[in-house]
Design a binder for this molecule. Structure first.
Ligand SMILES: [Zn+2]
Ligand SMILES: [Zn+2]
Length: 152
């Protein structure tokens, strides 16, 4: 099943059209069909600290009842609470969306201990020497910091 658009949260999600792997069991119950299983697929995002690309995969577990049209469940529940069969079809997308939003991190990281970026120059700490700092002022310019500009 190709992934629909906008599947995910702000910084991370399943790319549109990505291949989703459905491993689902459909079980007929008196009021409808119970769908349970897992959906796995790739996720792509941006590290919340260093903005590097994240390529990962996710798996969500789904267990949803889809009520038959005109069943008691259909008559007594809201469509938001219990999904509905559409004829013989089941629309998994809302359940998948809900499950994914709960699974995906709101602040994804490229790795657990990502050090992020230097706030001064924006370079990644991984690429910078350990003593990287913006504290020192070049001695040639140090004198300038003493100057004050007076305006009439
Ligand atoms: Zn990072
Ligand atoms: Zn820096």
């Amino acid at each position: 099943m190709p992934a629909p658009a906008d599947l995910g949260v702000e910084l991370i999600g399943v790319p549109e059209g990505a291949d989703l792997d459905l491993d689902l069991r459909l079980q007929s119950v008196s009021e409808g069909v119970l769908v349970s299983g897992t959906i796995t697929g790739p996720v792509r995002g941006e590290c919340g600290r260093c903005l590097r690309e994240i390529n990962d995969s996710m798996g969500v577990t789904i267990q949803e009842l889809y009520a038959y049209e005109d069943s008691t469940t259909d008559a007594t529940t809201d469509e938001d609470e219990v999904g509905r069969m559409q004829g013989d079809l089941i629309d998994l997308e809302p359940a998948l969306r809900d499950a994914l939003v709960l699974t995906l991190p709101t602040n994804p990281l490229c790795r657990e201990d990502c050090p992020g970026l230097c706030p001064e120059c924006g370079a990644h700490w991984d690429d910078l020497p350990a003593d990287h700092s913006h504290q020192q002022i070049d001695p040639r310019w140090a004198g300038l910091s003493q100057l004050t500009v007076t305006e009439e």
